[in-house]
Structure formats: C-alpha cells, structure tokens
Design a protein around this ligand. Structure first.
Ligand SMILES: Cc1ncc(C[n+]2csc(CCO)c2C)c(N)n1
Length: 217
C-alpha cells in the first residue's frame, strides 16, 4: 500500500470532521459571517507568509533537482496565487493586513517551520501535505454540495476545487509516495505522525477562525 493511502486512513476522521465543522458548512451555504471570514483571511495571510518559507526551505533541502523545482513552484504559488485571492477579498471586505498571528496560527506555522528546518526532509514533506490535500478535498466537497447561488465566498471555493490546484496536489502526493518508498519503517512512521499533526492543526485553524480566537493574555 502506498504511504499516502495509509496516511489518509489515519486522518479520515479528522477530514470528515473538517467538512462538518460550522466554518465550512457556512462557507458552503454562503452564510458565514463576514467577521469570521475576515479573521480567517487575515490569519491565512500570516500563515501563507510562513508557509511559503517552509516550502522554500524544503526546496533547498531536496536531493533531487526535479523535486527542488516542484517545491519552488509550490512556494511561488503560495505567495503569488494565494496572495491574489487574498488581495481580492482584502479589498472587497476591507480587511487590513499586518495582523498578529493568533495562538493557533502561531502553533501551526511554527510547527511547519520546525519540521522544514530540523526534521528529515521527507518528514517535512509529509508535514506540508495536508495543507494541499485537505484543501483540495474540502474545495471539491463544498463545490459538489453547494447550491452555487450568490455565494460571497465563491472565489475561495473555485480556487481550491479548480483543476490547476488539483494537478499541484497530485504532484505533492506523488512526491511523498516516492520518497516514502525509500524510507525505513521508522522514518515512514515519523512522516505519518507529522501528517496527522498537521491535519489536526488544519482543523484547529478553521475552528479558531470560527471562534475569533484571541490570546488569553
Ligand atoms: C491554513 C491553510 N492551509 C492550507 C491552505 C491552502 N494552501 C495555501 S498555499 C498552498 C500551496 C500552494 O503551493 C495551499 C494548498 C491555506 N490557504 N491555508
């Protein structure tokens, strides 16, 4: 069995819970409050700045030149394409930049940067995979079940349900399977652990936006 098939089984419950959480249900129906979406967008801006650095670090640490180029493309997309989605919404909903990271956003980005800089590169690749894969699945899920009428969040949905993003996700999955096939059982276990932790943090990221999470002190 491929590593990614096994890894997905481990997070099946988390993924189902992600699709059922109020943030995504309301995003799908278009009823999500602007406050919550604004909070999400602002935190996602902070997230993307750090996430692209993690991807660039992985690119630099790859042993294989095609993979270096793939991760450079992923990092570029995180900055350029996602930024344009953000900028559109920032203008439309009067979101201002320069937010301070929320506790969950801080937790997630620091986890990814630590994995990308200190762990074996294969483990770092597994840690960033949920960001691609869960977003694709959630995008497709919402696209399939929404009624598609006047949803203010349609651009967000179309970005992640789109074909271009799908190809990127397939590539990220393929790379993880290839590197995992040359790892020891112990290394594969570490990859799975990182994949599961990042998936929990994805869940928490949406939840923290719904709760408009604040630092307790
Ligand atoms: C918390 C959070 N997780 C994942 C994504 C989705 N995403 C952001 S950059 C990128 C890869 C681009 O190469 C993907 C899939 C997001 N926006 N916010």
């Amino acid at each position: 069995m491929k590593w990614t098939e096994n890894a997905w089984k481990e997070i099946e419950g988390i993924y189902t819970s992600v699709t059922e959480m109020p943030f995504n249900q309301e995003l799908m129906s278009g009823t999500l409050s602007l406050d919550r979406f604004r909070f999400y967008m602002q935190q996602d801006g902070v997230y993307l700045a750090e996430f692209s650095r993690a991807l660039a670090l992985i690119a630099a640490r790859c042993f294989n030149h095609p993979y270096t180029l793939d991760f450079i493309r992923f990092a570029e997309r995180a900055v350029v394409v996602e930024r344009s989605l953000h900028e559109g919404y920032f203008r439309q909903f009067n979101v201002t930049g320069d937010a301070e990271a929320s506790p969950t956003c801080h937790n997630y980005t620091q986890f990814l940067l630590t994995k990308a800089s200190l762990d074996q590169v294969e483990v770092a690749m597994a840690a960033v995979l949920p960001c691609f894969w869960i977003y694709k699945k959630v995008g497709d899920h919402i696209y399939q079940y929404q009624d598609g009428k006047n949803n203010p969040y349609q651009d967000w949905i179309d970005t992640y349900a789109g074909e271009e993003f799908g190809l990127l996700v397939e590539k990220a999955i393929e790379i993880c399977d290839d590197v995992a096939s040359r790892c020891s059982d112990l290394q594969r276990e570490q990859m799975t652990k990182a994949f599961v932790m990042a998936s929990r943090l994805e869940w928490m990221f949406w939840d923290s936006a719904y709760q408009l999470e604040k630092w307790p002190i």
